[in-house]
Design a protein around this ligand. Structure first.
Ligand code: B12
Length: 212
């Protein structure tokens, strides 16, 4: 089906994008489908930036736009919120030198609505801060988000530092984000690599036994 929302995102038209999302919601179109359409628009924004048609200010506007739309109450996902009881805990953050958090925050929201407790360390998180977080919160899962290829080394560094601290063995590690999925899908340091939050949720739920 052809929706206009991706076009409005691509054109950075916040008001029209919001109106279109509200219209889609009123037609009972699933938030998941709406998100997919929004991300198509966002991909186009990235392409325009690559071609020099958009500038950093435009990227900032696209980030604001998407956050505003995703913050709409009706966009919160209820499909996986079938168990109010938290089971399992994930510590999540965007790796060092990377401040992108739209994808991580979608993952965070889905995990929480899927009954997994989430501790979100934010963006630009140094390896040592992940180690401190693991010691403090004792999570079942560590989630690393990486949107830029230039930050991929921090995935390796973070996992290395965790290993050196003797904290790797009882921890599942899942990696997500555009950068990691594009080029480095054969990394075997982590237990799983996904660039789709819904797949990520399913994997995490299986790990903590929520689907059993
Ligand atoms: C919005 C945006 C910004 C916004 C970020 C706003 C924000 N709050 O996040 C702003 C304007 C701040 C920004 C800044 C920059 N950006 Co930028 N940005 C983008 C843009 C357009 C979209 C990224 C995005 O949010 N995608 C949508 C999300 C939903 O997708 P996702 O991250 O993949 O997440 C999904 C999955 O991967 C998964 N997921 C994500 N995290 C996790 C974690 C776990 C554990 C799991 C399981 C799953 C999971 O769930 C999500 C939903 O399915 C992209 C272009 C593009 N199309 O990718 C460029 C892009 C990522 N940016 C880029 C660049 C270069 C920059 C800057 C360096 C620009 C500059 N010159 O200053 C700075 C970076 C500064 C820094 N140190 O980080 C480049 C990166 C190139 C590279 N080397 O890889 C891109 C690709 C643009 C381009 N084509 O050149 N950016």
């Amino acid at each position: 089906m052809d929706y206009k929302v991706s076009e409005y995102v691509k054109m950075l038209d916040i008001n029209s994008a919001k109106e279109e999302v509200e219209r889609m919601l009123s037609q009972k179109i699933e938030p998941k489908e709406i998100r997919n359409q929004i991300f198509l628009g966002l991909t186009e924004v990235g392409r325009k930036y690559e071609r020099g048609e958009y500038f950093i200010g435009d990227l900032i506007v696209s980030g604001m736009l998407v956050k505003e739309v995703l913050a709409l109450e009706e966009m919160k996902d209820s499909s996986s919120a079938n168990s109010p009881q938290n089971k399992g805990r994930i510590l999540i953050g965007t790796v060092c030198d990377d401040i992108h958090d739209i994808g991580k925050d979608i993952m965070t929201e889905l995990l929480a609505s899927g009954g997994i407790e989430v501790i979100n360390l934010g963006v630009d998180v140094p390896p040592q801060k992940f180690v401190e977080g693991i010691r403090k919160y004792n999570p079942d899962i560590l989630g690393l988000s990486c949107t830029m290829t230039t930050s991929i080394n921090y995935i390796f560094k973070t996992i290395d530092v965790i290993k050196d601290a003797g904290l790797r063995d009882n921890l599942k590690i899942i990696i997500g984000g555009t950068a990691i999925s594009k080029k480095y899908s054969n990394i075997n340091l982590a237990d799983e690599i996904v660039n789709d939050a819904y797949k990520g949720l399913k994997i995490c739920q299986e790990w903590v036994g929520k689907n059993s």
